[in-house]
Design a protein around this ligand. Structure first.
Ligand SMILES: Cc1ncc(COP(=O)(O)O)c(C=O)c1O
Length: 387
């Protein structure tokens, strides 16, 4: 009974094309850092999502940091975001010396609740950072309008997106800076990597700050006809992506549709299996929105079980099924609790979701048979530990 080998939570879906693309850079290129492949990756990415411009970076975290820097976040400024996110979203606010302000989430999507944003916005709010949790877009029309009414900017944490849409509009195609992640577990990956999309002028500023604040990139200095000379008008960071990683990203981008369709198949299987389950709840997808289905979180009805979430994960592991928790909320991390005095009850929706949540394996590489093993293990645990 059950699986004989461990089902990994989110392995990458890579094939010969990715291997060949990376190998061609290693074998033939005279340039391994940000060069022609990275430029091509940026252009193809911008074209795919319909962005005016895009800059490739070594992480989404770098993109979030640069976005806040170019929006001028400094000590005394507030940045409004969600507790239900990876710590990077808030950490970059702290790196800029800004004050992190949290607005609780909606219970059925775990997306930042526009009503809570209205409550928490102040004269000091410089930037709002909505997070498209699990790849489901936030209500951007409402959030953009609240921000513009308060004179604040919006930068989107699109780490989970690709491909996410509102109607026919891709996340990444609007006027806001959007930070995407190509981390190893993401829908499309470069191992580590990210992309920041947005209006040309803002992206140009980020590009300069991503490479030490230098007025000219290294490739433009070293290529034939290039000029060594450059200035540093402002000290920047070292956040650029390599051509090796971009060669991988370019192939993943071409395969995005195929990868997404494989993912949807698994989500449909899970949805059908759990539809009328008394033991758990799943996320809602709002009409008119396309989720990238980056994650498949389930929320246990703990009152019907004799075990808690952590023990549930132990039981899954015993049955050779990997899983994750997305996320222990920002207000429950000790740094933030100490600094801001936050308690679980300050953000009740996120706190309650956290206690009950775990994410099931989801990867374009998994088969429907893998998903069936997951469902069987989940059901088995429910039967064994029901009250
Ligand atoms: C919501 C969210 N924001 C930001 C990040 C940071 O992405 P990266 O690892 O590419 O820096 C992640 C990564 O997992 C994430 O899930």
């Amino acid at each position: 009974m059950g699986r004989s080998n461990f089902l990994s939570f989110s392995p990458p879906m890579l094939g010969d094309e990715e291997v060949n693309s990376v190998a061609s850079v290693l074998k033939a290129s005279e340039w391994l850092s940000s060069g022609p492949k990275t430029k091509e990756f940026e252009e193809q990415f911008a074209k795919t999502v319909g962005a005016a411009a895009a800059v490739a970076l070594n992480s989404c975290t770098a993109g979030l940091h640069l976005g806040l820097v170019v929006h001028g976040v400094k000590p005394g400024d507030e940045v409004l975001t969600t507790p239900m996110t990876f710590c990077a979203t808030a950490n970059v606010i702290e790196h800029c010396g800004g004050t992190t302000v949290l607005a609780d989430v909606e219970s059925d999507t775990l997306l930042i609740d526009p009503k809570q944003v209205e409550k928490k916005i102040s004269k000091k709010t410089k930037v709002i950072v909505p997070v498209h949790y699990a790849g489901h877009p936030c209500e951007m029309d409402k959030i953009n309008s609240i921000a513009s009414g308060a004179g604040a900017k919006v930068m989107e944490d699109a780490a989970h997106c690709m491909p996410s849409k509102i109607g026919e509009r891709w996340i990444g195609s609007g006027d806001n800076l959007c930070a995407f992640s190509f981390y190893a577990t993401k829908n499309m990956t470069t191992g580590e990597g990210g992309m920041l999309s947005g209006p040309q002028e803002l992206v140009d500023k980020c590009r300069m700050m991503a490479l030490h604040g230098m007025s000219k990139g290294a490739y433009d200095r070293f290529k034939k006809g290039g000029n060594w000379n450059y200035d540093v008008p402002q000290p920047g960071y070292k956040y650029n992506l390599t051509d090796i990683a971009s060669a991988l990203g370019l192939v993943q981008l071409v395969r995005l549709d195929e990868l997404y369709r494989l993912r949807v198949k698994l989500v449909e299987f899970y949805d059908k299996a759990f539809k009328n389950s008394p033991w758990l709840e799943t996320l809602r997808v709002k009409p008119g929105y396309q989720s990238s289905y980056h994650l498949y979180p389930i929320f246990l009805n703990l009152e019907k079980l004799r075990i808690d979430r952590d023990e549930f994960i132990v039981q899954l592991t015993e049955r050779n099924i990997g899983s994750g928790v997305h996320y222990r909320p920002v207000h429950m991390m000790s740094y933030y609790q100490k600094k801001y005095g936050w308690k679980a009850e300050d953000f009740p929706v996120a706190s309650r979701a956290f206690e009950r949540m775990l994410s099931l394996p989801l990867s374009s590489r998994h088969t429907v048979e893998d998903a069936a093993d997951v469902v069987q293990a989940v059901e088995d645990i429910f039967q064994k530990f029901k009250r």
